[in-house]
Ligand binder design. Structure first.
Ligand SMILES: NC(=O)c1ccc[n+]([C@@H]2O[C@H](COP(=O)([O-])OP(=O)(O)OC[C@H]3O[C@@H](n4cnc5c(N)ncnc54)[C@H](OP(=O)(O)O)[C@@H]3O)[C@@H](O)[C@H]2O)c1
Length: 236
């Protein structure tokens, strides 16, 4: 069996053709990882790669729509054929920061779509790549969440987004519990309010991405089943 200790470290980042995901790919490649840049539109991923990352040979663009099971399966087969294992999965892709609506006027179509991508998509991605993660000697799963998904600070706005991130945080706890015996650390990370297409303001993308990369680089005895921003605990 191939293990991390013997081989190059392999990472996969979903929703990585722009925003925080793209910067996470860059930072992980700079740390020496071979990085699969997941993009639901292959052309967008390739354009983004040639514009921002072409100087780094350790980044490979992969077509990956996390809501499409066949597409996920194809991506798994491709990584399995090239490496046989995966050390890091960053579930970053997300949609619908619906700050224009509240819980009392929620559009159920938006709620459904947010759940499909932000929660079910992340879980389906995790389960698809789990066999490869189990072949790593100390794998990491990072669910890119948001303090908007903290029950402790819940308000009535952005209901679809908040509910989808609460579900994602629940999955972090459940997966952490189930996967501890395989040495797989599973954590939720909030990148903070970050100046991407979604954030439309806030801190620099480099800073938001660094918050995510922190949870990738945890030591073997590092925390699992936690919720963090900038390496500091957040309330569930
Ligand atoms: N920005 C913030 O202030 C902030 C704060 C807290 C948490 N976050 C979280 O940080 C993560 C990254 O956010 P961001 O600000 O970088 O957002 P973003 O700029 O809107 O990027 C979202 C990425 O997700 C991709 N995506 C959407 N649906 C997908 C699917 N079905 N399959 C694969 N990829 C898909 C998008 O691809 P397309 O280009 O094809 O649409 C895009 O690459 C998200 O989980 C978000 O909830 C962000």
């Amino acid at each position: 069996m191939l293990t991390k200790s013997m081989n190059k470290q392999i990472a996969l980042v979903t929703g990585a053709n722009r925003g925080i995901g793209l910067e996470v790919c860059k930072q992980l490649a700079e740390l020496g990882y071979t990085v699969y840049l997941g993009s639901r539109d292959l052309q967008k991923g390739q354009e983004s790669h040639s514009k921002n990352l072409s100087s780094n040979p350790n980044i490979i663009v992969l077509e990956l729509d996390i809501t499409k099971k066949e597409n996920l399966e194809k991506a798994r087969i491709s990584i399995e054929a090239s490496h046989g294992y995966l050390d890091v999965l960053v579930n970053n892709a997300a949609i619908h920061y619906d700050d224009w609506e509240t819980i009392t006027e929620i559009d159920f179509q938006i709620l459904k779509e947010a759940m499909e991508t932000n929660a079910f998509g992340a879980l389906q991605t995790t389960l698809t790549f789990l066999p490869l993660l189990k072949h790593s000697s100390h794998a990491r799963i990072v669910n890119v969440s948001s303090e908007a998904g903290s029950i402790a600070s819940m308000t009535g706005t952005a209901p679809a987004y908040c509910l989808s991130k609460i579900a994602l945080n629940g999955m972090t706890l459940m997966l952490a519990s189930k996967l501890k015996r395989f040495g797989i650390l599973v954590n939720s990370v909030c990148p903070g309010w970050t100046n991407t297409d979604m954030g439309k303001g806030g801190r620099a993308i480099k800073v938001g991405a660094k918050s995510v990369v922190w949870a990738v680089n945890l030591p073997v005895n590092g925390p699992t089943g936690g919720f963090f921003r900038d390496g500091k605990k957040l309330s569930w």
